[in-house]
Design a protein around this ligand. Structure first.
Ligand SMILES: [Zn+2]
Length: 288
């Protein structure tokens, strides 16, 4: 057991300070849409395939402009796909807002984007948070192959921050730039701090605008889902489940593989450059 948790913790620790894994000396390999596939994420994780394509439940408290922004960001992540994965349903559902301080209130049957006016159990300098649960998939030696995410939701901190969809308003934080980051987390991406040419940089200031996934983001997205495609192809096994977790109906995992325990993850986008992750309510990494 100790070895397994060591692997999980290690994966979480490297997630914050990902240097992108690029190799500048090697010949640049180009995939279809023209990004460097040598840019590998420090941690590979993918959304439970049963949750795809995502049909977002959008809190009715968002403005029309914000909902338009959500549609644009959704499209920009779909356009970043190089594997033919259908990440999003073309429709969204405008639904009742959930504004609860207990994160368990979001462990429902929906993948939601919510507007929070209360913000008790998260840091106030966090602009937004993506919360999810995950299980590690381990091989015979206890090595983490990948993590499978379920129950993801995006929460915006409207208690402490002002957001705008208007690029000319430089005193508020750009809504779409925050959302493109959070949607990246929801698709399994971790923070990247080695460059600012990424939507996964762990902080953003008012007036900063970057609304579309960059090359490194596209490459990380590719590797997250390629890992799953390769695994399912090699072993003829489809990871299956629902919002409640992973189930193995009918088929069992290929021998030697096993899932770890469920972890509750909160990963923040900060206003001041601090990278914060919480796992099961405990801060596991803070870095400037
Ligand atoms: Zn983040």
């Amino acid at each position: 057991m100790k070895g397994i948790w060591g692997a999980v913790l290690l994966a979480l620790l490297v997630g914050c300070g990902s240097k992108g894994g690029g190799s500048s000396s090697d010949a640049v390999k180009k995939a279809g849409p023209g990004f460097n596939i040598d840019e590998k994420p420090a941690e590979v994780q993918f959304l439970l395939p049963d949750l795809l394509p995502i049909k977002y439940h959008i809190a009715e408290d968002f403005s029309e402009d914000e909902v338009d922004g959500i549609m644009d960001v959704k499209q920009s992540w779909q356009a970043a796909d190089a594997l033919g994965v259908k990440f999003f349903d073309k429709n969204i559902l405008i639904d009742e807002n959930i504004d609860e301080n207990d994160d368990r209130a979001y462990q429902d049957t929906t993948v939601g984007i919510y507007l929070r006016r209360s913000w008790e159990n998260h840091p106030s300098n966090a602009l937004a948070v993506t919360i999810y649960q995950k299980k590690g998939l381990f091989d015979d030696d206890g090595k983490l192959i990948s993590s499978v995410m379920f129950n993801p939701d995006i929460l915006f901190n409207y208690k402490d921050h002002e957001f705008t969809t208007d690029p000319a308003n430089v005193s508020a934080t750009d809504f779409q730039s925050v959302l493109v980051h959070e949607m990246g987390h929801l698709l399994g991406l971790q923070h990247v701090q080695s460059t600012k040419e990424t939507v996964m940089f762990p902080s953003i200031s008012p007036g900063e605008i970057l609304r579309e996934p960059q090359e490194i983001d596209k490459s990380h997205l590719y590797h997250n889902y390629k890992a799953y495609q390769d695994f399912s192809r090699e072993y003829g096994y489809m990871v299956s489940g629902n919002q409640k977790g992973i189930v193995t109906q009918g088929t069992s995992l290929p021998s030697g593989f096993r899932f770890g325990k469920t972890e509750n993850v909160a990963i923040y986008l900060m206003k001041d450059g601090t990278c914060v992750h919480k796992v099961n309510g405990k801060v596991v990494k803070v870095e400037r």
